[in-house]
Design a binder for this molecule. Structure first.
Ligand code: UT7
Length: 325
């Protein structure tokens, strides 16, 4: 297999910021509770005129510029999202049109918070097999469109944003190993019950708030810690590496206490974990994408570093990959 890596990165977060202090005025919560229980201080909120594709387009354009390639050279666009503009067309098709990537095939991935890692690993297969040379992967979410703003258990956790990368053949390094997994039996822990073919939108589903995120946070917490640690270990083992070889661990940003517990389980000191949850909250598929972008662009990840991306979310689904930058 030819080496496959990331040749460009982009991101976008909406301008408007909602702080914990702002949230105190909306529900019975406190900056102190949110900070200590989750690590979140603020989150970015898309306006009513911005949908998931608008965030994605900005991230995609930056990734293409960073890669130094034209939109026409893209052969595939994979977009990971659970908050697409509409059931169809897909967000990837909307992005294709907006950026002028007329030669690209397009599809979306539904793998919740692990969507970006699922997308990256899928893209890798297309490039490694020689089917395509340039694949754009995007994680984009407008989670604030599916949040119940009266439910303090969930509304303080989520934010909006997008991250993107271009996957292509590289001379050396790149994506060294990957791990994907799912457990559908635990699907009830995190879901949006209505809006699909099971419970199409009716006055009743709206009145009963069935179009919003429902989460059993406590149960998910424990599973997230174990599963993310196992996924990282499995990908590292496959690459013939150990936790001590990891220079930068970039996990899905769901809760700072989850990240610290995963790191502890892996035997990683805090300095090696990349965390930006404070600024954005949980942006589902966009979380790992934006964290990856910031880790590289801030200089935290240097050439030759071993990076681990690790994500977990509704489904349940999870994925990890080891990258030599
Ligand atoms: O992204 C993919 C997957 N997502 C996750 O993995 C999320 C995993 N779960 C979590 O991050 C945490 O479970 C939460 C942050 C969601 C909740 O933290 P917790 O420490 O597990 O709190 P809890 O649910 O056990 O609730 C503790 C208390 C409750 O009060 P009582 O029943 O003990 O009186 C809640 O009502 O905290 C209360 N509470 C709040 N209080 C103030 C819950 N939300 C809030 C809030 N402000 N926003």
């Amino acid at each position: 297999m030819k080496p496959v890596g990331i040749i460009g990165l982009g991101h976008y977060v909406p301008q408007k910021v909602l702080t914990n202090k702002d949230m105190e005025k909306m529900v019975d919560t406190s900056d102190e509770w949110i900070t200590t229980r989750t690590g979140i201080k603020e989150r970015h909120i898309a306006s009513k005129y911005e949908a998931a594709s608008d965030l994605a387009i900005n991230a995609a354009q930056e990734a293409l510029k960073d890669a130094g390639i034209k939109p026409e050279s893209l052969e595939l666009i994979i977009c990971a999202t659970v908050t697409g503009d509409m059931p169809f067309p897909s967000v990837s098709c909307l992005v294709q049109k907006a950026i002028g990537a007329q030669n690209a095939a397009c599809f979306d991935i539904s793998a919740a918070c692990a969507g970006y890692v699922y997308g990256l690993i899928t893209a890798k297969q297309f490039v490694a097999s020689g089917t395509y040379k340039n694949v754009l992967v995007i994680g984009t979410e407008k989670l604030t469109s599916v949040v119940d703003w009266q439910d303090r258990n969930t509304c303080v956790l989520f934010g909006d944003g997008a991250g993107a990368c271009v996957v292509a053949p590289v001379k050396e390094g790149g994506i060294l190993s990957t791990c994907l997994g799912s457990d559908g039996s635990m699907g009830g822990l995190l879901m949006i019950p209505a809006g699909g073919s099971r419970n199409p939108a009716t006055h009743e589903t709206v009145d009963e708030k069935m179009h919003y995120i429902k989460m059993r946070g406590n149960e998910l917490f424990k599973l997230a810690v174990k599963i993310m640690a196992d996924a990282a270990n499995s990908a590292l083992k496959q690459a013939g590496l150990d936790c001590k070889d990891v220079d930068c661990f970039i996990p899905h940003q769901a809760n700072i206490r989850i990240l610290l517990a995963v790191a502890k389980r892996l035997g990683l000191d805090t300095e090696r974990i990349f965390m930006n949850i404070e600024k954005y909250g949980n942006m589902s598929s966009a979380s790992t994408a934006v964290a990856f972008y910031e880790a590289v662009k801030s200089g935290r990840v240097k050439k030759g570093d071993i990076v681990v991306l690790d994500a977990f979310g509704a489904g349940l689904v999870w994925g990890a990959c080891v990258i030599k930058w």
